[in-house]
Each structure stands twice: as structure tokens, then as C-alpha cells.
Design a protein around this ligand. Structure first.
Ligand code: CA
Length: 402
């Protein structure tokens, strides 16, 4: 540019900048104020958050470098597939998630306490944690049957729905609080099998005088129906049936029953598992053992319990059918369905047993009220969802493969 044009140009630029500054000054001030307000707000939120967390942590540290070791006792034989895998999985998951800060050593039934001594051992702090089934303790905690299985009750999916989204877990915690125990779901078998018999069950009369290993509320129903029920740990079942101490037994389903070899001592394998439509297992933790952990390890224990619990159901779902095929095709087991009349009679017995249970124990009445309310709702919805879908598969596919 030549001198004149340049001076004009520079003047224009200077004038433009000056008037722009004048116009934009209020906006810049506004922006600065807004930024300052945002910074103050963020700082205040952060401070409030930290205060909330620190008051939440007042009872124990959020984390620590300390190492912990727990004893976990189970009602199952050591390294037992299926039922026993939940405790082993929990120990492994906790070890991995905590980078080895919490080691859980798993003991099988009878190693340091008897199989059915798990509840007392954890309650008294002989062990830090346990794995078993709540209904084993119905003599002490009558309401416990609802947390494992009730004849003709909720299936596995529904029981977890009740526990985690229907108030069930809070009631379980309330029921176990007097025993210094924190309960958590510890897996599920899904619908079990009706059991092993050496004679056919064609009518309710065939149950008369029959001595069967069948625990929980179902045991009472079975007794109501004219049989005799006993509760025995898994390790004693084979020999008891073989030697005639019992005439029949139920354990879990094909995946676990085949490993125990019940097909060697019984001929008929009955379904469906009316008595255990989706048994949920339990992890129990001694309250002081839990409180001694920093908060992050407590959270790890809870999340590992939830994850290993789901894993058990997945394992049964994945493995039951192959074991059933093997039992029938390779071991000549005869599969039988309970006649409807027998099942209807067993339901009548269940009604009587439930009424007795509810009348005998206020906590059982409280849990039953929650359970039956949830049952009504979930049955209503599953009627048009899960149940309708399973039925539809048979209608559409008939005998065809997918
Ligand atoms: Ca069972």
C-alpha cells in the first residue's frame, strides 16, 4: 500500500478494533463473571461431595494397604462342581479385584466345621464367611425358607428379582441380624429335579411311608403327604440311599446328581422340581469381619458375591442338559414326570405348611407378606412373557430343532 492508502487502512483497522472493543466489553465481562460463577459452583459441589464421602467413611477407611485373610466354610464337599464353585469363584474374584489384599480360603463341609455347622461357625466368628443354603437353618430362622426355595414358589429369575428389587434382601438382612450375619445371594441352581426313587410314583398313596431326604418347607409338605422327610448333607446321600437309610432323595439336578452317582443306587429320576423351583444359595458374612474391612474391600466382597452368584446359574444352565443326556443314554436312567394329581396334592400340603409357618413366627409372616405380594405381580407379568414364550416355542417348533 502507498502511504495515503496505508494510513487510511490503518486508521480504519484502529477504528474498527476500538469500536469492536467498545461493543464487546460488556459481553466479555459477562463471560468472565459466568466462568467465575461456574468455577465457584464446581468447587462447592466438589467440597460437598467430599464432605458426604468423608462422613460416609467415618466408621472406617475408604481403602488401606492392609492385607486381610478370611476363612470361608461351606456346606458342600471341597471343590464340588456347581454348588461348590460359587465359593471358589468368590475367593478368586475378590483376590483379583483387590489385587490380593483380601485372601479368602475356602473350606469344604467337615474340614473345620461340620457341613450343617456353617451358620453357627460364621455367626460366632469361628469363620468369617460361609456358603450354603438358608433353608438349612429353618430350625433357627423359620423365615429362611423363603430365601432359598418355597414349593411352587418363585423361580431363580423371580427370586433374584424379589431379593434385589422387591425388598427381599432387606428382609433377609433383618432376619439374620440377630445372628451377627450379613446374607447375600450365593448362586442358584435353577429349577431342580424332583428326585431319585426306586419305585414309581403314580398316586399320592405311593408316598405313604416313604423316607426321603428333602429339606426345607418341602420336607414338611412331604411329611404332610404321608412320607417322612430328613435333612442330610450331600456327602451322606449316596450311602444313605444305598444302605436303605432313606428310600428316596432329591439333591439338585442332572449336572450335580450325575457326579454324585445317584443313578447307581436309584432307577427313576422324577421331574419337575415342585419343591425347589429355583433355589437360591447364600453367602453369609460375619458382621465384625465385614466391618473390619476398608470400604473398597467391602464393596468388592458384595460385587464378587453378586457376580459369582450369577455365574452359578449360568453354569447349571450351560451344563444340565448334557448330564441329563448322559444319565438317560449311558446309564439307563428312567425319566418320569410326577402325575398332576400328585402335584396338586403336594400343593395342598404346601398351603397347610405355609399357613403353619406364618402362624408360628412373626418374621416368617412378614417375609411371606412381601414374597406373596411379589409372587402375585411377577406371576401376572410372566404369564404373558416368560411363560407365554416358553409355551409358544413348543407350539411353533413342535419337535423340530431350532
Ligand atoms: Ca435340592
Amino acid at each position: 500500500c502507498n502511504t495515503r492508502i496505508c494510513s487510511w487502512y490503518n486508521r480504519e483497522i484502529t477504528m474498527t478494533t476500538a469500536s469492536a472493543e467498545k461493543r464487546f466489553t460488556p459481553i466479555i465481562i459477562l463471560l468472565l463473571v459466568a466462568a467465575l460463577v461456574a468455577v465457584i459452583a464446581l468447587w462447592a459441589t466438589d467440597k460437598a461431595g467430599k464432605q458426604a464421602v468423608s462422613s460416609h467413611h467415618s466408621e472406617g477407611a475408604a481403602t488401606s494397604d492392609e492385607y486381610f485373610e478370611w476363612k470361608l466354610v461351606t456346606t458342600w464337599p471341597k471343590n464340588f462342581p456347581g454348588l461348590g464353585s460359587a465359593a471358589e469363584n468368590l475367593a478368586r474374584m475378590v483376590d483379583e479385584m483387590s489385587n490380593g489384599r483380601l485372601k479368602i480360603r475356602v473350606y469344604g463341609g467337615g474340614e473345620i466345621v461340620p457341613a450343617l455347622g456353617v451358620f453357627d461357625a460364621v455367626s460366632q466368628g469361628v469363620a468369617d464367611a460361609g456358603h450354603g443354603a438358608a433353608y438349612y437353618w429353618k430350625g433357627k430362622v423359620p423365615s429362611s425358607v423363603f430365601f432359598t426355595a418355597v414349593p411352587f414358589g418363585l423361580n431363580a429369575q423371580e427370586t433374584f428379582g424379589w431379593l434385589h428389587y422387591g425388598g427381599g434382601l432387606e428382609l433377609w438382612e433383618e432376619a439374620y441380624a440377630p445372628y451377627n450375619l450379613i446374607p447375600m445371594g450365593g448362586g442358584s441352581t435353577g429349577v431342580q429335579m424332583g428326585g431319585w426313587f426306586n419305585k414309581e410314583i403314580n398316586s399320592i398313596e405311593d408316598l405313604q411311608g416313604l423316607k426321603m431326604r428333602i429339606p426345607g418347607l418341602a420336607g414338611e409338605v412331604f411329611t404332610e403327604a404321608g412320607g417322612t422327610s430328613v435333612t442330610l448333607p450331600g456327602s451322606e446321600l449316596y450311602t444313605s440311599l444305598q444302605t436303605g437309610v432313606i428310600d428316596a432323595l432329591e439333591w439338585v439336578g442332572p449336572y450335580n446328581d450325575r457326579i454324585f452317582g445317584f443313578h447307581q443306587v436309584a432307577q427313576y429320576y422324577y421331574y419337575p422340581g415342585w419343591h425347589e423351583p429355583g433355589s437360591v444359595l447364600e453367602f453369609i458374612v460375619n458382621k465384625e469381619s465385614m466391618a473390619a474391612l476398608p470400604e473398597d474391600l467391602q464393596a468388592i466382597v458384595r460385587y464378587a458375591a453378586r457376580a459369582s452368584s450369577q455365574d452359578m446359574l449360568d453354569e447349571y444352565t450351560g451344563r444340565n442338559n448334557e448330564s441329563l443326556r448322559e444319565l438317560i443314554e449311558e446309564h439307563g436312567v428312567e425319566l418320569r414326570r410326577f402325575p398332576d394329581d400328585v402335584l396338586k396334592a403336594l400343593w395342598q400340603g404346601t398351603r397347610v405348611a405355609l399357613d403353619k409357618l406364618v402362624a408360628s413366627d412373626p418374621m416368617a409372616a412378614k417375609v411371606y407378606a412381601s414374597y406373596s405380594e411379589f409372587y402375585k405381580g411377577v406371576r401376572n407379568y410372566h404369564h404373558i412373557s416368560e411363560q407365554a414364550y416358553i409355551n409358544l416355542r413348543d407350539v411353533v417348533l413342535e419337535e423340530e430343532d431350532f
